[in-house]
Ligand binder design. Sequence first.
Ligand SMILES: [Zn+2]
Length: 347
Amino acid sequence: MSLDFKKEEFTVEYLTPQGEKQVFPLELRTDPLTGDTGTVFRTPSPFASLRYRPDPEAASALVQRSVELGCPFCSDSLEKTATRFPAEFWPEGIIARGQARVFPNRDLFHTPYSAVLILGTEHYVEPRGFTPEVLVAGLEAAQIYFRQADRNPPGAPYQTVNWNYFPPAGGSIIHPHLQLLAGAFPTNRYRRLLEASRAYEREHGTNYWSRLIAAEKALGERYIGHTGTVCWLSPFVPRGRMWDVMGIVEGGITLGASSAQHLKDLAVGIIKILAFIQDQGQFSFNLSLFSAVAGDGSVWGLCHIMPRTTTPPIGMSDCSYLDTLLAHASTAIFPEQIAQELREYFR
Ligand SMILES: [Zn+2]
């Protein structure tokens, strides 16, 4: 049985000040799993990245400013600034794996377990500068943290690895760092994915994600490629103003139970996408990696990556009432176009 990639087409019309009629197509798309809708359109939107290119000096100006402000995560400061886990949680205080370090998040408690993951000692790494070794060591440090968290009552089966890279994406510190969240409850999108995946499996007797991968591979429009056990797709209903990409970790294995090879498969795919982001002239992105949940094979691990930007000439945010209040994704670049361009990076 094929999946229902439902689209409704609309047109938007207006007259230019000179009286010339302009007609643009608009698609309302419905996610085949969750029923969430979003619009995809073709206009001269600034977010179609053709009219305004991001300022090529913006990233280096932010790096320079961060050095002037001082960095709490550079190695000479980390010893003084990093919080420590209580001895009963982790006797060494800080979890270390290679150059990666994990310690409690001092100020922001989104879930009962909130930690900071520092990827290495280098203060600035450009998007294409991350290596599989650095990302795998970071994910292994995250695994150790999540296993410890899950051993403590009431358990922490819902685990995400999150990244705000640079200020347009919500990052306050340039030094490469991620945020680990775990707890006894899922965040809203995680819950919707879980509930919908369980409902699909009950109704159809098969796993949704396996079916989605088969359907997207057969269609070939949004399938980007595989890195080992991770399938990379351009989502049918994008969430970003520009575009986004989703990696599906096949088989429903949790992050905690993933092997070094699984983590490397993820890291290799992430690095290809970060290189694409930089080649597109962008320097900021969000990433969230949702773990599969132990004892529940209905949802598979998902790694969602989205470039973020502010737009010249006044520095407009790409996040607006659409995202904060209406919760309606509206995207100026077709996911099929991005998949076609990204496929070159996965050959
Ligand atoms: Zn630093």
